[in-house]
Design a protein around this ligand. Sequence first.
Ligand code: NAD
Length: 503
Amino acid sequence: MNAAVTTELKLIGHWIGGESIRGESGRKGPVFNPATGEQTGEVDFASVQEIDRAVAAAKEAFAGWRAISLSKRADLFFRIYQLFDEHRDDLAKLLTAEHGKVFSDAQGEVQRGLEVIEYVCGVPELLKGDFSEQASTGIDVYSIRQPLGVVAGITPFNFPAMVPMWMWAPAIACGNTFVLKPSEKDPSASIRTAELLQEAGLPDGVFNVIQGDKVAVDRLLEHPDVAAISFVGSTPIARYVYENGTRNGKRVQALGGAKNHMIVLPDADIDMAADAAVSAGYGSAGERCMAVSVVVAVGDAAEPLVEAIKERLPNVKVGDGFDPTSEMGPLVTREHRDKVASYLESGPAQGATLVADGRKTAPEGDGFFLGVSLLDHVKPEMDCYTDEIFGPVLSVVRASSYRDAVDLVNNNPYGNGVALFTRDGGVARQFQFEVNVGMVGINVPIPVPVAYYSFGGWKSSLFGDRHIYGPEGIDFYTRTKAVTSRWPDPATSKVDLGFPQTR
Ligand code: NAD
């Protein structure tokens, strides 16, 4: 059935050169409250001309911004941290209202983003170069890190505040100016971010937002004044962005989708593993790129583990994210909910056992809900295993040995996150050595690295050579220049046409 349309829609536009701008393209998209199914807003979709305006504003701001001293930039980032900290609940409310995640989870999202802002408050330390005195007689060599220019970020629906923070905070701290193209499904957090940055004192034009779809992305990919693109989203679009951006001479990091496994060995603490599987499988309704999607139960772990997970499922409270008792909210759109639910048809049809059917336990009403769902006896050729479901459907694959479990993970095309549950330190060490995945948890189900490490997967979960935020984020948003310098010394000066050599 069609969702009701509220009479007063929130209108969400762009943010260019320090001003909130209504779009003029005439193209728009709906924004929903996923918990009620109601349309609550309308977001403008940018035209090529509007994107060009945003890039021009960022370009104009670049010369002034890159000249701001490191100590002033650090001061500003301390103010930004403070302001975002004060407004963390305002931001979190926008996330729950448009994404649907429960409010405590939305607060957690803002917190993890704030940690990246905190990290870049140390930008003077992060941008230090190297210096070699007397590399040759009377000659010093040193390297400096400089910003790239205008950089763009294209972000997914599932972390509308945090993933942009992963990008704009290091990019701007490094002296770049920024154009954000957020997800069209939950665009309000991007505009609130722009307002807070302006209030903190960031000069106009340093941070810009253009709302939109493929038109916006394609223009950013080809725009001659965009030096680099950070993308986070699904694998097909990540590959597209990487291929087209690099073909146009841009530096690109494009983080894609995932299929994260959690291997449970027979010696693991089964209760701890079951708690972890339920938390990491259904948190944020499974709409996290680090969600556990497949539990690989090894040998004798399988029966007690499936039983322990099953026991916990009726206690997971699914409901409106603003209800403080809710632990899991709705999915982001009706179409996505229906797609996720389709695996509860195809899984059993292909031989899996449906242990818990979330269609039967979803809250009533027009919200985009699906209850927690569990498929057992899943095999690697089934669609519920090969596809990134991105919803509250956990699959259990039974493996006969540690070796089979690791081979399963290493043969999977994705390589974002993985976890191993065991009490055996030797096996854990072997696992971290041989698993082909970018982020590994040992008895930790969602191993999102802290802000001073970097986040990124391997294989089809990342295109490009730099992970995001942390030290690799600083590398991504800067280029180094090596300077070889000599000061006039009349005592050593002479004409010498030979090739410069170290002396
Ligand atoms: P998506 O790929 O559909 O969209 C991401 C961005 O690309 C959005 O801004 C969207 O407007 C734009 N886009 C969509 N279709 C496009 C097209 N045809 N051409 C150009 N641009 C297009 O992803 P999503 O559904 O918003 O987010 C969920 C996906 O993101 C999942 O696959 C998830 O695993 C992934 N994700 C990955 C990470 C990570 O760190 N690896 C983090 C979060 C989400």
